[in-house]
Design a protein around this ligand. Structure first.
Ligand SMILES: Cc1cc2nc3c(=O)[nH]c(=O)nc-3n(C[C@H](O)[C@H](O)[C@H](O)COP(=O)(O)OP(=O)(O)OC[C@H]3O[C@@H](n4cnc5c(N)ncnc54)[C@H](O)[C@@H]3O)c2cc1C
Length: 679
């Protein structure tokens, strides 16, 4: 039996397929010429056959681009050099996490089935046999994602390799080719006209790097594009907005080159590239982190937690405990529905709620800010206030020039003029870039990253005070060390900075430690905790608990598209002082484009996924989900979503293809007056 739309397909053992009537393809050379023509018309100069040989940056941050045909002075440079990205990166002292893979397709001779079809043969992507195909003149183009794949250019690229191809190597794709032939038997009877084997660039997460180059001024990149023809237009548009306006109309974190940090070498990238290539057509399921390149970043506790049963997730390259397995051979059944891990997380949450448990939150971004101007400068950088008293801490929100939320930090006022700025692990390069860019020119403020030298143990639960008191000298009572306090202490003999702050909503202490003291502190806490049946908890338990408390995640719920009022952070905006972004924020007045809402979903089998759409009155789109998780203490399926501000009822969200009712919640659903954290 043959399919109607694709008459070359055999439908034997085929359950179905998806047909996209708007799919299509474009000739790359013509596309490139068309873009160049429009750029020239807009005033751009295009120098063909001109090699960039070096880059020099000047004191005013502008550049001289040295070429084999002379120098060009430029205010801003963009590295868009395809597979030569790292040659040009090296010219400015940057190693980009981009690696190339050889990729092959062939074009057949004319095929009767194509000529007789009477319509254009649709594009085909086969997720089972890992090939794709489309019509090319009167034949087919068939491309392959083979398991025996190859990196390319790791040991340098021949300078003469330009508009060039790698040698044909069809032996490598034989396994995939067999799958293509059994689905399109006519392929077995047609000759191959041409083989194309060329390099394709990959990044660590398969998504390009589009935006500012970390640690550089006036330098951007648009690199690591796997499907540059298909996606180049949109990425170019977003990059142009970032260059011209400093920010694009959408939050571009998913593309931001600063999302990878010190671990992101080309070697690591190549391991991810191989894995991605081998899984080209396979869905990434929620919570799934594939094995390539792991572990990249660890602390001295990682092997100890592994022995205790930790299953790790990856956060900015760090192996972080996600949950603890009941037996060493436990394997997670990834999926969109709640899995058997659901009950494990429930047990971890119950231990935190009723007893005490310990988690390592490694990789947390930490910058020490010092200097005579530190306090006033940081106070200008955030819309809330830097705590005045030594020994106090608070949350700070940094806005961009448009008054939208740029970053979130825990700000701790320590003795000796030190301020600790703590933010999400993923924010390491991003926040350092943002803060450095705004430093006063007079040298009155100094930034020092402690991210890779320090880590955090979180001790949480009603018995956490008893555990801490048993192994650390000092008055840890609610009066002696109230909520939002910070102090230097010794955990056993290990030097630490302890903060009374909680992301779980239970009484909790963040214990900040140099990595060298981590194991000593952990051992002291576990010994002291034995009397209270101390256990471990992981990131998934934290996520469940933070959802019930209304606590937000940077780059899920805190994004550059919305301001602090729209994000529900009104209480953190101090209108009676000056701060970065204030003018734009005030100019917008009370107008709200969207509002971040907390919702309860009528479903017990699965949570929505971030970016899932919300509807009202049937299928009218009114917003999208930013975070969602099951609240184990309250038995509620909770989601946060940016929504049209006026919608209050008739809301639904699709979960695995079916609509479920969603009701607005009015703030935190667990201990809304914070009596437990303050207890
Ligand atoms: C076999 C194969 C099949 C593919 N199929 C598809 C597909 O179906 N759909 C799709 O969307 N994509 C496909 N791609 C990928 C696509 O070709 C790339 O994603 C796209 O070309 C990347 O565009 P780019 O501009 O980033 O880099 P490139 O196209 O590599 O352009 C980089 C440019 O920088 C120039 N350059 C480099 N170094 C220097 C220097 N020192 N000085 C001056 N100039 C320099 C180069 O000469 C080049 O012109 C395929 C690739 C291959 C190899």
């Amino acid at each position: 039996m043959r399919a109607r739309r694709h008459p070359l397909i055999s439908t034997e053992n085929l359950m179905g397929g998806l047909w996209d009537p708007s799919d299509g393809h474009i000739d790359p050379a013509q596309l490139c010429q068309a873009l160049a023509r429009r750029a020239r018309a807009a005033g751009a100069e295009v120098y063909r056959f001109t090699s960039v040989t070096d880059l020099t940056q000047h004191a005013d941050d502008s550049w001289t681009v040295h070429t084999d045909k002379g120098d060009i002075r430029a205010e801003i440079v963009v590295n868009a050099c395809g597979y030569r990205v790292n040659e040009v990166g090296a010219m400015m002292g940057v190693e980009h996490p981009v690696a190339s893979m050889e990729h092959q397709y062939f074009i057949t001779e004319d095929m009767p089935g194509v000529m007789e079809a009477g319509h254009r043969i649709p594009l085909l992507r086969c997720p089972i046999s890992d090939y794709y195909s489309r019509q090319e003149k009167n034949g087919l183009l068939v491309g392959f994602y083979e398991q025996e794949c190859k990196t390319w250019g790791m040991d340098g690229i021949d300078p003469k390799f330009s508009n060039d191809l790698c040698p044909d190597d069809l032996d490598r794709v034989m396994d995939v080719l067999e799958g293509a032939i059994s689905r399109m038997p006519a392929l077995a009877e047609v000759g191959i006209k041409q083989v194309v084997n060329g390099p394709i660039t990959y990044t660590i997460d398969g998504t390009p790097l589009v935006g500012p180059i970390p640690g550089k001024r006036n330098a951007f990149c648009i690199i690591g594009l796997r499907a540059g023809l298909g996606e180049g237009g949109g990425h170019g548009w977003l990059l142009a907005q970032q260059i011209v306006h400093g920010e694009a109309c959408y939050d571009t974190w998913a593309l931001d080159p600063r999302r990878f940090t010190g671990h992101a070498t080309q070697e690591l990238t190549s391991l991810y590239a191989i894995q991605d290539y081998q899984n080209e057509f396979r869905f990434h399921l929620p919570h799934e982190h594939r094995p390539a390149g792991r572990p990249a970043k660890t602390t001295p506790l990682t092997p100890i937690l592994e022995q205790a049963g930790a299953h790790f997730t990856v956060v900015n390259g760090w192996e972080r405990s996600d949950y603890f397995k009941p037996t060493p051979d436990f394997v997670e059944d990834y999926g969109y529905r709640y899995t058997k891990v659901h009950e494990l997380v429930a047990a971890e949450v119950a231990r935190v709620q009723n007893h005490v448990a310990l988690a390592e939150v490694n990789g947390f971004n930490r910058i020490e800010i010092t200097g005579p101007g530190a306090r006033d400068w940081l106070d200008y950088m955030i819309c809330s206030r830097v705590p005045r008293k030594i020994g106090k801490l608070g949350l700070g929100y940094l806005l961009n020039d448009y008054g939208n939320v740029k970053a979130e930090a825990t700000i701790a006022n320590l003795p000796d003029g030190r301020i600790w700025y703590g933010s999400a692990a993923a924010a390491e390069f991003h926040d350092m870039d943002w803060l450095s860019k705004h430093l006063p020119k007079d040298g009155s403020v100094t930034l020092r990253s402690l991210t890779n030298d320090h880590t955090i143990l979180v001790l949480a639960g009603p018995k956490s005070r008893a555990v801490l008191s048993a192994c650390a000298r000092g008055d840890w009572s609610a009066a002696g060390f109230p909520w939002l306090s910070v102090r230097e202490a010794r955990i056993g003999h290990a030097p630490a900075i302890v903060m009374s702050v909680s992301f779980s909503g239970e009484l909790a202490y963040e214990i900040h430690l140099p990595n060298s003291a981590l194991f000593a502190a952990y051992s002291a806490l576990m010994r002291a905790g034995a009397a209270h049946d101390i256990g471990h908890f992981g990131a998934r338990a934290v996520d469940s608990m933070r959802m019930e408390k209304g606590y937000l995640h940077w780059k899920s719920d805190l994004i550059t598209e919305f301001d602090p009022y729209e994000t529900g952070l009104d209480r953190f905006v101090c209108r009676d002082k000056d701060f970065l972004g204030k003018a734009a924020l005030m100019a917008r007045g009370d107008k709200k484009r969207r509002r971040l809402r907390m919702l309860e979903i009528d479903a017990t089998h699965a949570s929505p996924q971030p970016s899932d759409s919300l509807y009202a009155g049937g299928r009218r789109l009114i917003g999208s989900v930013t975070s969602a998780d099951w609240g184990h203490r309250t038995g509620k399926n909770i989601a946060y979503a940016f929504m049209q501000p006026d919608i209050v009822e008739g809301i639904t969200v699709d979960i695995i293809g079916k609509p479920y009712a969603a009701r607005l919640l009015n703030g935190p659903v667990y201990d809304p007056d914070n009596s437990r954290v303050k207890s």
